[in-house]
Design a protein around this ligand. Structure first.
Ligand SMILES: *[C@@H]1O[C@H](CO)[C@@H](O)[C@H](O)[C@H]1NC(C)=O
Ligand SMILES: *[C@@H]1O[C@H](CO)[C@@H](O)[C@H](O)[C@H]1NC(C)=O
Ligand SMILES: *[C@@H]1O[C@H](CO)[C@@H](O)[C@H](O)[C@H]1NC(C)=O
Length: 225
């Protein structure tokens, strides 16, 4: 366990300013890096004040080819239950409930899922192969351009419940090459001062997080301590 904690801390100790952070118009941020040229680690940054609150009980991000139109159909989706950190690999065959890859004949391609609670941000991370060889996953490329779709909602009966159409948005992203993990310094720099983003729900999210970020509490690799 100590070794795992060490690994978790090491990846957040400031080693330099690295890992690209992109704002998502739903009011969150996505960061990533490439541990090697066939693997990508994503970080989803959610303001900690939203964790477990109404309409933020789960968050989801889907990846589509950049030429796609804005819809769920065909999207390679990751959902995160914000309180527990449960992170699932899903696929949307239409504009409806995205089922687990494991119930579509596919596999769970998400490795090393983690939840790190900091003072202003809770960071959920997962690692996957760029090409998972699973039909339910989009094959990703270094410097590739994608359409991402974002949603959020509540949990009902232990599962993600349908989101309202107002709690959704989309963004175009380029998975620009970066070989260094996200660090505390990067998070601080990118969230320093006032930043604003507006989601389609017409909420305005304002965050001031000039205080330095510290690693405070839980980190789940299947256990809490
Ligand atoms: C990994 O990909 C990047 C971006 O294309 C490239 O600059 C780098 O040389 C590659 N590294 C290896 C070891 O192939
Ligand atoms: C954020 O910081 C700016 C500049 O320091 C300040 O003007 C603003 O009132 C702050 N906003 C909040 C919500 O604290
Ligand atoms: C969002 O809020 C702005 C400013 O209050 C308003 O002008 C705009 O019409 C609103 N948009 C929607 C879709 O409600």
């Amino acid at each position: 366990m100590l070794f795992l904690v060490y690994l978790a801390l090491q990846s957040f100790i400031p080693l330099g300013l690295s890992a690209i952070i992109q704002s998502l118009s739903i009011g969150t941020q996505l960061a990533w890096y490439f541990p090697d040229n066939s693997t990508i680690t994503f970080y989803y940054l959610l303001p900690t004040e939203y964790v477990g609150t109404s309409n933020w009980e789960w968050i989801g991000i889907g990846f589509l080819p950049s030429s796609s139109s804005y819809a769920m159909t065909g999207a390679d989706i990751i959902t995160i239950e914000t309180s527990s950190g449960q992170t699932d690999d899903r696929f949307a065959s239409d504009n409806g409930y995205p089922s687990l890859d494991t119930s579509n004949g596919g596999k769970n391609s998400l490795q090393e899922t983690q939840q790190l609670i900091m003072d202003t941000y809770t960071v959920y991370s997962w690692t996957r192969q760029l090409n998972t060889e699973d039909n339910d996953d989009l094959s990703l490329q270094i410097n590739g351009q994608y359409l991402t779709i974002s949603a959020k909602g509540n949990i009902a009966g232990g599962d993600i419940a349908q989101h309202s159409s107002s709690g959704t948005s989309s963004d175009s992203i380029v998975l620009a090459y970066d070989a260094s993990p996200l660090t505390q310094a990067t998070v601080s720099q990118n969230t320093n001062g006032e930043s604003q983003s507006t989601n389609t729900n017409n909420d305005t999210t304002t965050e001031n997080s000039s205080s330095s970020i510290y690693i405070s509490v839980a980190f789940s690799l299947g256990f809490i301590f």
